[in-house]
Design a protein around this ligand. Structure first.
Ligand SMILES: Cc1cc2nc3c(=O)[nH]c(=O)nc-3n(C[C@H](O)[C@H](O)[C@H](O)COP(=O)(O)O)c2cc1C
Length: 139
């Protein structure tokens, strides 16, 4: 299917390094590390918990994105610091949409931007490219 598409191809729902390597093998240009918001298997590990090993396995060959549980600026910054190229949100915008329509989504995105900028200042970072695992301590 990837070859038939003959363009950028992003596979969503990757939760293991083995599947990430398979995505590279079949020609994907990107993956989304995702457990689909934990809505299928409530005992599934969080996407963020799988991110390090997947980034280490394939990020030199494929774009690695992630989603799942992102609710605030620090969540975005942690994922980018580990090595994700981008972060997605699902319920974060859906809840604001349900509560207050377009204005609610705009408010939520504004809050997210404020948090990301404030948190980067607190870390002494002036650009996304300065984020790295040095910012993080794993328990
Ligand atoms: C109501 C709803 C429906 C969804 N349907 C799909 C779907 O059909 N296919 C899919 O890959 N992910 C689906 N997702 C998962 C989202 O694409 C995304 O991975 C998830 O919401 C990210 O987690 P978050 O909500 O914690 O940000 C759905 C999520 C929600 C909340």
């Amino acid at each position: 299917m990837v070859r038939t598409w003959n363009g950028q191809f992003c596979l969503k729902g990757i939760m293991s390094a083995a599947d990430a390597k398979r995505a590279v093998e079949i020609g994907c240009t990107g993956i989304v590390v995702s457990n689909h918001g934990g809505r299928q298997l409530d005992g599934s590990r969080a996407s963020f918990d799988q991110l390090v090993e997947i980034v280490d396995a394939v990020a030199d060959r494929i774009d690695v994105l992630m989603d799942g549980g992102v609710q605030r600026g620090t969540h975005v910054l942690k994922a980018l610091s580990v090595g994700a190229k981008a972060v997605g949100v699902g319920r974060y915008y859906l809840y604001s949409l349900a509560a207050a329509g377009q204005a609610g989504v705009e408010r939520a995105l504004g809050l997210m931007q404020t948090e990301i900028e404030r948190d980067m200042k607190l870390m002494g970072c002036t650009a996304i490219g300065q984020l790295s695992r040095d910012n993080l301590r794993f328990r």
